[in-house]
Design a protein around this ligand. Structure first.
Ligand SMILES: [Zn+2]
Length: 164
């Protein structure tokens, strides 16, 4: 009787252990921390889920996805974008975008920016012009009033992808 109880308990523990491991693998799968294209860190309020040639990736910013698609000569789809103020996930076609503001969307490294201060326009950057996402046109306009840049629609943003 005792042996049977031990066997049942052991079997239960193994099953419970397997369930916990399974949960970690499937449910609590750690989110990627770096851009799937340029390996810069992902920020919750700038990152984008994009699809190029049927392959999905978590990307540092909308600009990086468009640059990647143009370099690969492939069409790009934006799947999910995030509101810059709140980090809330949104459908890309409902969002408004600010292009070329003074706020850097992606981490370029302070040293690099310092060295490039005088020749910023000449230095190539795949995430430039920086593109931030807003839930409403008004929020985007308020942001440009404080930080520069231009408000563009989803259609305008996607027109910069050359191989749609
Ligand atoms: Zn990137």
């Amino acid at each position: 009787m005792n042996t049977r109880r031990i066997v049942i308990t052991a079997a239960f523990l193994i099953l419970a252990g397997a369930a916990v491991i399974g949960w970690f693998k499937v449910v609590a799968h750690p989110a990627p921390v770096a851009c799937g294209y340029c390996l810069r860190p992902l920020h919750a309020n700038v990152k984008v889920t994009a699809e190029i040639d049927g392959k999905r990736a978590e990307v540092c910013c909308p600009r990086c996805a468009i640059t990647e698609a143009n370099q690969e000569h492939k069409p790009v789809r934006l799947i999910t974008v995030h509101d810059y103020s709140t980090g809330k996930a949104m459908s890309p076609d409902k969002a408004w975008y600010v292009e070329g503001s003074r706020v850097l969307a992606c981490d370029h490294g302070a040293m690099h920016m310092d060295e490039m201060k005088d020749t910023q326009e000449m230095a190539y950057d795949r995430c430039s012009p920086g593109t931030l996402t807003f839930a409403t046109k008004q929020e985007a306009a308020d942001f440009t009033a404080a930080n520069g840049g231009a408000v563009i629609s989803f259609e305008q943003l996607m027109s910069e992808a050359k191989f749609q």
